[in-house]
Ligand binder design. Structure first.
Ligand code: CA
Ligand code: CA
Ligand code: CA
Length: 213
């Protein structure tokens, strides 16, 4: 009985030790943030960028067409980001999803402004007046961190689509934004994006792939 109590104590202590580190594990698997802000997870076989790619490549021809690229994130936009289903996504809504499903992105984003003026648009660009000194000085810059899990260094992949600065992203704004991002990925302008077109995508393919031994 005494041994049992000791065992329980050891287990509890172990849980306390691994607790914070496992918050990420609870979300599960290597992480990729799609160009339109949807979190994807890989596993020990499939790199997370491949999970996104396969979801977008609806016809399975090994490349993402412009139409596929725009269509893929819409369901997530309308049913997950838009938590209150009013047809638009706010900064609060998108941040809540990332907190829950993408702690890696939350870590890469600048800390929330303490008292953001209501007139100040959320541009996705870090406020140059933000107190950088308050950040841990060894903390890497957000764009450097983004390279580990995204094709773009855009820490606000949804609110940066708010072209009319209404502080809400409509479906039309989101789709127009997707077209602009696709044009950046489709470097040879043939209307298709393949992972081979992007050195950064090829580097991300290595993520989640176990090292050969
Ligand atoms: Ca395709
Ligand atoms: Ca909404
Ligand atoms: Ca808007």
């Amino acid at each position: 009985m005494r041994a049992g109590a000791v065992a329980v104590a050891v287990i509890v202590a172990g849980m306390a030790l691994i607790g914070p580190a496992q918050a990420q594990q609870a979300v599960g698997g290597p992480f990729f943030l799609s160009p339109m802000g949807e979190p994807f997870r890989g596993d020990h076989v499939t790199p997370p960028i491949r999970t996104w790619f396969n979801a977008a490549d609806q016809d399975g021809d090994g490349r993402i067409s412009r139409a596929e690229f725009v269509a893929q994130p819409l369901n997530f936009f309308l049913t997950t980001f838009d938590a209150n289903r009013d047809g638009t996504v706010t900064s609060l809504e998108s941040s809540a999803i990332w907190r829950e499903q993408a702690p890696e992105l939350a870590a890469a984003r600048p800390p929330p402004a303490r008292a953001r003026s209501p007139r100040q648009p959320s541009s996705g660009t870090p406020d140059p007046r933000a107190p950088r000194a308050s950040r841990n000085s060894v903390e890497p810059d957000p764009p450097a961190m983004m390279a580990h899990f995204a094709l773009f260094d855009i820490v606000e992949p949804v609110m940066s689509c708010d072209t009319d600065l209404s502080r809400r992203v409509t479906q039309a704004e989101y789709e127009a934004c997707a077209l602009r991002r696709f044009a950046l990925l489709d470097t040879d302008a043939d209307g298709y994006f393949a992972l081979e077109d992007s050195p950064r995508a090829m580097a991300l393919l290595e993520i989640g792939t176990p090292a050969r031994d």
